[in-house]
Design a binder for this molecule. Structure first.
Ligand code: PMP
Length: 409
């Protein structure tokens, strides 16, 4: 395992000044930076192998196909899927969840059914279920959060009454992008399975930060984005249990996903091709495979500890600032921390931090209902990754003190 300083050297973008200060990149919840190995893989693909996949019999097409399918196998191993055919390449978490909401939900939801989700979901794991419920006549219900700052996480006791046999699908986030809450994914899936509900996990904020084993978790579907795990933008994954995928109609139709087409109709290939109509994002899938190699070379247990430790340290240090509200769990948390000052808007906080070279995110973080529930319109979020250091948290806190001094005098 390299030292954390060696790891920093792997990310070319970090070695720059912003507004006269060394860049302190703490916006990893939005997107992570890319190591040289991933950037090189993209360049190499376009310089040597670029070709369309699956349908070509020439050397470049065969190389591109091997590399694309190799990436699928690599991703399957990364999340311990039983079969590479369970890995569908998409544009990202949002598209992955929409595929389930359209393909599975349209086929299975009926009036009177319940779709269960939680009060802490990102819009990507909320709006598609609202749409699916509306289209089918199903009802959408929410597992409540506990505590004025949601420090108690999900109300697991409420699950006893919410998880009825009417629940056909339970969609929840693994780690909240605003609160940092780590939900007990395996327990939630076990309890959902007991009432016959299908489970969908939004793993956007966990995939790059910890080991993840879909078989141990026992989920039916799991969605994530390459760009939040040191991989490229524009590529993501929908994992689906094979037995379920083969019962689903395709979400999109066109080239590449059909067995036979006549003027009268068409028949579908099995998963994963059934869900990958058209030319796929070959280069970025290959880049994602290399990101898997990179994260495994660092040791994902060590990454989980590193990012979690930084988030807890930030939680402690930020909590010493006067009149601050820090959201989420007081103990173990994912690699991020959100906070709010009653008298300084998050956009001002982020703008001042940028003057100090610190990249943060301010706003509702695609969590508008959660913000409303907590009586907030926005928060500032600092989110950490493998290249961040404890010194950068001191720079963050110093920047917050400067901001508060300006606004409060
Ligand atoms: N869910 C969560 C928890 C997220 O943090 C994000 C990204 N902000 C998404 C879903 C959506 O991911 P993407 O924009 O890559 O589709």
């Amino acid at each position: 395992m390299p030292t954390w300083n060696d790891i920093r050297a792997d990310f070319p973008i970090l070695h720059q000044q912003v507004n006269g200060h060394p860049l302190v990149y703490l916006d990893n919840g939005a997107t992570t930076q890319k190591p040289r190995a991933v950037i090189d893989a993209l360049v190499k693909y376009y310089e040597r192998d670029n070709s369309n996949v699956h349908r070509g019999l020439h050397a470049l097409s065969m190389r591109a196909t091997d590399a694309y399918e190799g990436a699928r196998t690599r991703v399957a191993k990364f999340i311990n899927a039983a079969d590479p055919a369970e890995i569908i390449f998409t544009r990202g978490t949002t598209e992955s969840i929409n595929v389930v909401a359209r393909s599975w939900a349209h086929a299975h939801l009926r009036p009177g059914d319940v779709v269960l989700t939680t009060e802490m979901e990102h819009h990507s794991n909320l709006v598609p279920w609202q749409q699916a419920a509306k289209a089918s006549g199903a009802t959408l219900k929410y597992v409540p959060i506990v505590g004025t700052n949601a420090e108690g996480g999900l109300d697991l006791a409420a699950l006893d009454t919410l998880l009825t046999p009417q629940v056909k699908l339970f969609a929840f986030t693994h780690i909240s992008n605003t609160l940092g809450t780590i939900n007990p994914a395996a327990e939630l899936c076990r309890r959902a399975r007991a009432v016959g509900a299908v489970t969908v996990i939004d793993a956007a904020q966990s995939i790059g930060h910890q080991p993840l084993d879909v078989q141990a978790i026992g989920c039916d579907f799991l969605a994530f984005s390459g760009h939040k795990m040191a991989g490229p933008t524009g590529i993501g994954v929908l994992y689906g249990r094979r037995a379920l995928l083969d019962t689903l109609a395709p979400d999109e139709t066109g080239g590449g996903m059909v067995v036979n087409v006549t003027y009268a109709g068409a028949t579908w290939k099995p998963a994963p091709e059934r869900f990958e109509a058209g030319t796929p994002n070959v280069a970025d899938a290959i880049g994602l495979g290399v990101a898997c190699d990179y994260l495994d070379s660092l040791d994902r247990v060590a990454i989980e500890k590193h990012d979690g430790d930084l988030a807890r340290l930030a939680y402690e240090k930020l909590s010493t600032l006067p009149n601050i509200r820090v959201l989420g769990p007081t103990g173990a948390r994912g690699g991020l921390v959100s906070f709010a000052f009653p008298d300084v808007h998050a956009h001002d906080v982020v703008t001042f931090a940028d003057e100090d070279g610190v990249a943060l995110r301010g706003g509702h973080h695609c969590n508008q209902p959660l913000m409303r529930k907590l009586g907030l319109t926005s928060t500032t979020r600092a989110s950490f990754y493998v290249y961040n250091t404890a010194e950068e948290i001191d720079i963050l806190v110093a920047s917050m003190r400067r901001t508060l001094k300006f606004f409060r005098g």
